[in-house]
Write a protein that binds this ligand. Structure first.
Ligand code: NAP
Length: 248
């Protein structure tokens, strides 16, 4: 990418895989994180960890850093940054690609209850279970903080001041990928009776869905938000092919 850089909006396993592929090719790129948790270094890749300050500020960043293309590899549920990237790239007339895992598909034996958002997930769980595993990420934990209807076992990557105390529950701190055997053990020893999940797709957090199927537990699945209008691919290979076209 002569004279300019690629901006990767990250925070997912897929984004890390893309960053590694881009670094291996020796392309000039910046990997951006929201800065909520401690970033792991990516060899050969410049990194930044903080919000940009909204769509307008992102537009200014694109110009100041001589960004020539953007790949939005943020989580399927990180709607704000994706909307900002779309607006900023439109203003700056830059190519934008969305890289995301396809959603998991329901399989035989799955007992999924689909809900539109995190509050609906919490209420659906309270109707059917006393002990609930919540793996929806730190952003939504306020919905569970004062709710004593269930005992909430909430898994997030790391502690932080942004996490509200849970009146009836506890946090577990762990970073995926998670193994099926460990997920089965976790759900069993805590006598979990329902799982709340986003439909992240991919393999890093899929084991809890498989474990719930095996244990015949319901999964309250929060629907994906509208994915926006950017061109979309679901693999690092496809993103790299798109990048080759941007390079010429
Ligand atoms: P969000 O609601 O879409 O974003 C909120 C704000 O955080 C954005 O407006 C932006 O701030 C900043 N931001 C988000 N991602 C950023 C990035 N990659 N680089 C720089 N700034 C970023 O996102 P979220 O749901 O809070 O997720 C935050 C991060 O966690 C994302 O990187 C996402 O990939 C990752 N993540 C999210 C989930 C999830 O379930 N939501 C799950 C796993 C990982 P400014 O407006 O100030 O620029």
């Amino acid at each position: 990418m002569a004279e300019g850089k690629l901006l990767i909006l990250g925070g997912t396993t897929l984004a890390v895989a893309l960053a590694k592929a881009v670094a291996e090719l020796g392309l000039s790129a910046v990997y951006s994180l929201a800065g909520r948790t401690q970033a792991r270094p990516l060899p050969g890749m410049a990194m930044r960890a903080a919000g940009f300050g909204g769509a307008q500020a992102l537009t200014a960043y694109l110009a100041a850093e001589n960004i020539l293309a953007v790949i939005d590899a943020t989580h399927a549920y990180a709607g704000q940054i994706s909307a900002n990237a779309e607006a900023a790239c439109q203003t700056a007339k830059l190519p934008l690609l969305r890289l995301e895992n396809p959603p998991w598909q329901k399989r035989t034996g799955d007992q999924w209850i689909n809900v539109p958002d995190i509050s609906a997930a919490r209420d659906a769980a309270a109707d059917i279970a006393a002990r609930v595993f919540v793996s929806t990420g730190r952003q939504g934990m306020a919905a569970f903080a004062d709710d004593g209807r269930c005992w909430w076992l909430a898994r997030v990557i790391a502690p932080g001041d942004d996490l509200p105390a849970l009146a009836n529950g506890r946090y577990l701190f762990a970073r995926g990928p998670f193994a099926m055997r460990d997920e089965l053990h976790l759900l069993s020893i805590h006598e979990i009776r329902a799982v709340i999940s986003k439909n992240a797709g991919g393999t890093a957090s899929q084991a809890k869905i498989t474990a719930a199927r095996e244990l015949k537990l319901p999964v309250i699945m929060i629907d994906r938000p509208d994915g926006g209008a950017a061109a979309r691919v679901d693999s690092v290979e496809a993103a790299m092919a798109w990048l080759q076209i941007c390079l010429v």
